[in-house]
Design a protein around this ligand. Sequence first.
Ligand SMILES: [Zn+2]
Length: 95
Amino acid sequence: MSNETHIRQLRRALKLASDNARSGTGGPFGAVIAACDEIVAEGVNRVTSELDPTAHAEVCAIREACRKLGRFSLHSVLKLRALPDVPQRDLLGAP
Ligand SMILES: [Zn+2]
């Protein structure tokens, strides 16, 4: 995965988090799951709106990915990557 692709995906997660907090749906948390450079699922925090202590953004994204891919495990289809050392201003697009 190129650094640009990774940054684009992280920006999407940040946008989901920001929009979720602004809408009042949940906390400022967003997550994306990517496979082969493509985002296959997204999630936002819905703990308070759904009264579900397990509805963390990453859990919601995992649930959506499993539904979309028709499997109960993402182990064989996804690779986890460490967050590169990217300055926060680059992720947020700030000057
Ligand atoms: Zn969590």
